[in-house]
Design a protein around this ligand. Structure first.
Ligand code: NAP
Length: 439
């Protein structure tokens, strides 16, 4: 009997685990389960719509999904359709690869005002995620505040200021394209609570901000250090990366605000303290900071900007999963190198927190696949057969990988050239496309 493995979550971490399992010489059967009909997690719904090259990694995942030892069950939600306890009864091993789908809170007054959207929901909205397609953000404002200095903050700022022509080869859904193109946004402020050397965005993404058609980057050059040599605790590699960012920001400091009709302002040493306005956002109050021991410390000097939209891009957190332990403080499922409990494993962001690029998930998958193969010499539980009995008993309709390929083909056929696809963003529409509508 093969070792039966259920991977919960069809994002990169789940697929890398499945790939490592089926590449081994052991007899394994791997079922990948996702609540959406569509696979690929953040590749589809997190990676920016204008970064199509990054999304091509999904081709490798498709090859894994088509391996004869693997089966894909889309449209099945663990915790709603089947419980984790039931999965653990069916399978020798269950791997949690469910990511960190929720926004972390800023924890400042005014966060509940209309016009504040965390990056999980805002990015989900402009990526056509079924959970966020109805967000309907009002973009009728000239100024936007993006909080955070990571790659997600850069993605959000860039998508808001690119022209329709620049987005033509993207898969921005039609509703988001319409809203963004109609918005009168001229100024996007990116607020980092620490300094330029501390910023987490990577250089390729930063440089892109200097090459936009109608938007010019702005930064006060006096904030830039000569280099990162005074910076404690950096490896040589990190220091080189930081210095590349500083060199790019120095180029930005030379750019004139009147060069182009829109501006992205890189504002450092500024921590948000209050979101201003009535029911709706009208502005943001911030405190000037200095960095001490690597942390942002308030200086007691405050300032305000007017803006109609505040978009915190300050990181994500996982949600507790019924039947699995959860570390509320760290926002992860506690684990030892991916081992959670006997027969239960975790990979990706739910294992280590929301950091790293797509390929960072590969070692997690390889490690957990290794643990599973070490923990089970052979299979003892029925796996797929028992799982499918549960699905039939509950009249649940999983979406197979072949059906996903049909959805994908329809999205590609519907795309206005040169767009790669026109996404379905409602689950019912996806199911209709494969003649498998929900009752
Ligand atoms: P991130 O890289 O951790 O950046 C989060 C930012 O939010 C940091 O600048 C952080 O500042 C700031 N922040 C956190 N709490 C804050 C608060 N209370 N007030 C003000 N600022 C606060 O996270 P991310 O941008 O969400 O990205 C997640 C991961 O996905 C990263 O590893 C990223 O590289 C990756 N990603 C990669 C790409 C790409 O390769 N193109 C695209 C998107 C995402 P501190 O540093 O001071 O904590």
């Amino acid at each position: 009997m093969p070792i039966s493995v259920a991977v919960v979550g069809a994002g990169p971490a789940g697929f890398y685990t499945a790939e490592a399992l089926v590449k081994s010489d052991d007899d394994v059967a791997v079922d990948i389960i996702d609540w959406l009909p569509t696979p690929y997690g953040l590749i589809r719904a997190g990676v920016a719509p204008d970064h199509q090259t990054t999304k091509k990694v999904s081709r490798n995942f498709a090859r894994t999904a088509m391996n004869e030892a693997v089966r894909y069950y889309g449209n099945i939600k663990v915790g709603r359709d089947v419980s984790l306890a039931e999965l653990r009864e069916c399978y020798d091993a269950v791997v949690l690869a469910v990511g960190s789908p929720h926004d972390r809170a800023l924890g400042i007054p005014g966060e509940d005002k209309t016009g504040v959207f965390g990056s999980a929901e805002f990015v989900g909205w402009y990526n056509g995620h079924p959970g966020f397609c109805d967000l309907n953000p009002d973009l009728d404002t000239k100024a936007v505040a993006v909080i955070g200095n990571g790659n997600v903050a850069i993605d959000v700022a860039r998508v808001l200021v690119k022209t329709p022509e620049e987005m033509a080869t993207s898969d921005l859904p039609d509703y988001a394209a319409k809203a963004i193109q109609a918005a009168p946004i001229t100024d996007v402020y990116m607020f980092g609570r620490r300094g330029p050397v501390d910023a987490k965005f990577t250089n390729v993404e930063l440089r892109e901000m200097g090459k936009l058609e109608t938007c010019v980057p702005q930064i006060d050059g006096s904030l830039l250090p000569d280099d990162a040599s005074d910076y404690p605790g950096l490896s040589d590699r990190d220091r080189r990366l930081k210095e590349r960012n500083i060199a790019t920001l120095r180029e930005f400091a030379e750019r004139k605000s009147e060069e182009k009709p829109k501006r992205v302002h890189f504002e450092f040493y500024a921590a948000p303290v209050e979101i201003l306005g009535g029911d709706r956002v009208e502005g943001l109050r911030l405190e000037r900071t200095k960095v001490e021991g690597g942390r942002a410390v308030g200086t007691g000097e405050f300032f305000e900007i007017e803006c109609g939209l505040v978009l915190p891009a300050i990181g994500y957190q996982a949600a507790p999963i019924e039947g699995a332990p959860f570390d509320v403080k760290r926002g992860i499922v506690p684990n030892e190198d991916g081992r959670v409990e006997d027969g239960l494993y975790a990979v990706g962001w739910v294992k280590r927190g929301p950091t790293g690029v797509i390929a960072t998930n590969r070692p997690d998958g390889v490690a957990v696949a290794g643990h599973i193969l070490a923990d089970f010499a052979k299979g003892a539980k029925p796996g797929r057969e028992a799982f499918e009995v549960l699905l039939r008993e509950r009249d649940l309709r999983p979406v197979s990988f072949d059906e996903w390929l049909s959805i994908e083909a329809a999205e590609e056929a519907n795309a206005p050239p040169p767009a790669p696809r026109l996404k379905f963003y409602r689950i019912d529409a996806m199911l209709e496309a494969i003649g498998n509508a929900n009752d």
